[in-house]
Design a protein around this ligand. Structure first.
Ligand SMILES: *Cc1c(COP(=O)(O)O)cnc(C)c1O
Length: 486
């Protein structure tokens, strides 16, 4: 399997790359996102034969075409096995029926993706990605440095995925005082020597700009072999494809189609569902759930993508204005023309506006519905799910739960709502909605008592680079640097 950038051809004609190279690179050099040159296809008969496999065995079958020769079979099976052994349930992603078979909500399901170490769906991909990176770097005798910014869930999932690995150091920036206590502690209580938490005096956007500044300094980037594990890394999309097959097979695919509702931010999760459909999975449609930051919902209604300012909501991991993975869907809407898409994306960056034609819009609307839910609606949805079904859901899942019910196209088609976080990750909102504070699972029960370690830094790229140089021992700490760091 070979990979190209969504902007291929816009800056010369680079050769398509193999899986390990695109996994290590994250973002393409031309600013685009990597995709396979073509999707592996599974016939109906091949999908039918996957029914009944364990999660790990299914993951192996679905992902094998993407990794190709990068890992031999026993190695890849071992990496998958270790990744999903870190989950609380042997099933990895339990599927729960909500509606009664005969009622108007028949076929409504929750797919619980939050049983990994940090209680959000990001573990499903990152637990595997951390192990694949370590394997590749070990074989190549190399070291890589991950630099990233987080407003919450990504940081802890990435840290948990690479802690204690000799081949990787991770520097994770978060805005000081602006992430929840549970989210902060899930990062800062990891005391492994390769984990460096940095609290920045600034906002999440400042953190992102600092991380970008590291990548844009090419000498620095090469010196540290910088790697990104944010949701644009194709390896994450790949690992997320598996659970769409998993849920659909349990509900009667390939003989029967299934619909999915996905609480969305960067469009990475729902894009993986789209990929599963491209591979042959019969999906009737997707519902994209948005909170008040509804750029995606507005796009699917109007064909116009237009940015506005981000407002904080009860579902902070969806407080995003520019959904980075959306470029992958646009690539198909632009008939895989990388040059035209590169032009459109550059124009979008400067004008904040992008439009697709009526035909392209009609095409995507056959497959995607979108809905939005504000904070009051989110609290009402948490309470409603609890009252009706006895299930406590987190605010992100609540957005999906509510919009799914507004977008059932056919009651005979099962509707799966992706449950993206454990309710205990967002205890304040859940308590407000239900009157009860959800408890952390036992393995995180002492989180609030564990010691923390963090570096505080001003919003200053030079200070950040100096700290990374010193920690990696690549530049001796001069008195001037030491002063910046103190
Ligand atoms: C990251 C995240 C999302 C959004 O996922 P995308 O892939 O960015 O669309 C939704 N819910 C939770 C809990 C998350 O952590």
């Amino acid at each position: 399997m070979r990979y190209i950038s969504t902007r291929h051809g816009s800056q010369g004609k680079p050769e398509p790359l193999g899986f390990e190279d695109i996994m290590l690179a994250g973002l393409a050099r031309d600013g685009g996102l990597y995709l396979p040159t073509e999707w592996p296809r599974f016939s109906t008969a091949q999908i039918a034969r996957l029914a009944g496999l364990s999660y790990g065995d299914l993951a192996f079958e679905i992902m094998r075409p993407f990794v190709g020769e990068s890992f031999d079979e026993p190695t890849f099976r071992r990496l998958i096995g270790e990744a999903y052994a870190s989950f609380e349930t042997a099933e990895v992603a339990p599927l729960k029926a909500l509606g009664e078979a005969t009622s108007s909500d028949a076929g409504l399901h929750l797919l619980e993706l939050f049983h990994g170490p940090t209680l959000a769906f990001k573990d499903v991909a990152l637990q595997l990605l951390g192990r694949m990176l370590d394997e590749t770097l070990t074989v190549r005798g190399r070291h890589a440095t991950i630099v990233g910014a987080t407003s919450g869930d990504t940081g802890s999932a990435a840290i948990e995925a690479v802690r204690d690995r000799k081949t990787i150091d991770i520097f994770m920036l978060h805005p000081r005082g602006r992430v929840s206590e549970v989210q902060r502690r899930q990062m800062t209580t990891v005391l492994a020597s390769n984990v460096h938490n940095i609290a920045v005096e600034g906002t999440f956007d400042d953190c992102q700009d600092l991380a970008k500044a590291c990548f844009n300094d090419l000498a620095f980037r090469d010196r540290h072999a910088l790697t990104a594990v944010n949701s644009i890394n194709f390896a994450r999309v790949m690992a997320q494809i598996v659970y769409y097959f998993w849920a659909a097979l349990k509900l009667g695919a390939p003989q029967r189609p299934v619909a999915f509702t996905v609480p969305s931010g960067n469009f990475g999760n729902v894009y993986a569902g789209y990929a599963a459909r491209q591979m042959g999975l019969p999906v009737s449609h997707f519902v994209v759930g948005a909170n008040s930051n509804d750029i995606l919902a507005r796009f699917f209604e109007s064909g116009v993508m237009e940015t506005s300012t981000v407002v904080p909501t009860l579902s902070p991991s969806m407080d995003i204005q520019i959904s980075s993975n959306f470029e992958r869907l646009l690539f198909d809407l632009y008939d895989r023309n990388g040059v035209a898409l590169a032009d459109a994306m550059v124009a979008f960056r400067s004008t904040g506006r992008l439009t697709v034609g009526a035909n392209a819009l009609a095409g995507v609307r056959q497959l995607f519905d979108a809905g939005r839910l504000d904070d009051a609606g989110t609290l009402a949805a948490i309470a409603d799910c609890r009252r009706r079904y006895g299930e406590t859901i987190d605010p992100h899942t609540a957005v999906g739960y509510a919009v799914a019910q507004q977008h059932r196209r056919d009651r005979a088609v099962p509707m799966v709502v992706l449950a993206t976080a454990h309710p205990a990750k967002f205890p304040d909102a859940v308590e407000k909605a239900t009157g009860e504070r959800p408890a952390l699972p036992p393995r995180l029960g002492d989180l609030l008592d564990r010691p923390e370690r963090t570096d505080n830094l001003p919003n200053d790229a030079a200070a950040l680079k100096a700290l990374i140089d010193v920690r990696r021992g690549l530049v001796p700490a001069s008195p001037a640097r030491a002063k910046v760091l103190s």
